[in-house]
Design a binder for this molecule. Structure first.
Ligand SMILES: [Zn+2]
Length: 156
């Protein structure tokens, strides 16, 4: 049985699709039943709860995005690190649609404490997260990502 689920919330002219679970081998029927629910032109994919991604899952994902491209505008938000890594490795993973926000890891230079923070994208630039104080030792936690490159790579 598939571990992949979705929840659809329609609001005026935009539908938000909450994706949950793993993007792996058996996602095809889920995508087919999902796209049958789309009633608005505009779609937002919320990827907060998306888990692991494998190559067969990517293939079904791309076929799904291509099928809906003609009738829908779409963008992504709350993309997890795994999603961003895949998007960086596989050209066209987002079909060059905008990413509104994504998670990145920040780490404490003093005690190696790590956590994930949400980064918003504004005017095609990722807004670097505000400095976060490490709750373990009180030093600053910072990201090692180069944000300009990160977003440029994704051709938003
Ligand atoms: Zn620390």
């Amino acid at each position: 049985m598939t571990d992949f689920h979705y929840k659809v919330e329609k609001k005026d002219t935009c539908t938000t699709v909450f994706l949950r679970g793993d993007l792996v081998n058996d996602v095809k029927p889920s995508f087919e039943s999902l796209e049958a629910l789309f009633e608005t032109r505009e779609l937002i994919f919320d990827c907060e709860a998306l888990g692991k991604i494998n190559s067969i899952g990517v293939r079904h994902w791309l076929m799904f995005l291509d099928r809906i491209s003609k009738a829908h505008e779409f963008r992504f938000r709350s993309c997890r690190e795994g999603f961003m890594d895949t998007a960086t490795m596989i050209p066209g993973f987002t079909r060059n649609r905008p990413i509104e926000s994504f998670y990145t890891n920040i780490a404490c230079a003093s005690c190696s404490n790590e956590k994930s923070v949400l980064v918003k994208v504004k005017k095609k630039k990722a807004v670097k997260p505000d400095p976060v104080t490490c709750e373990k030792c009180g030093n600053n936690m910072e990201t090692s990502e180069n944000f300009d490159d990160h977003i440029a790579n994704l051709a938003v």
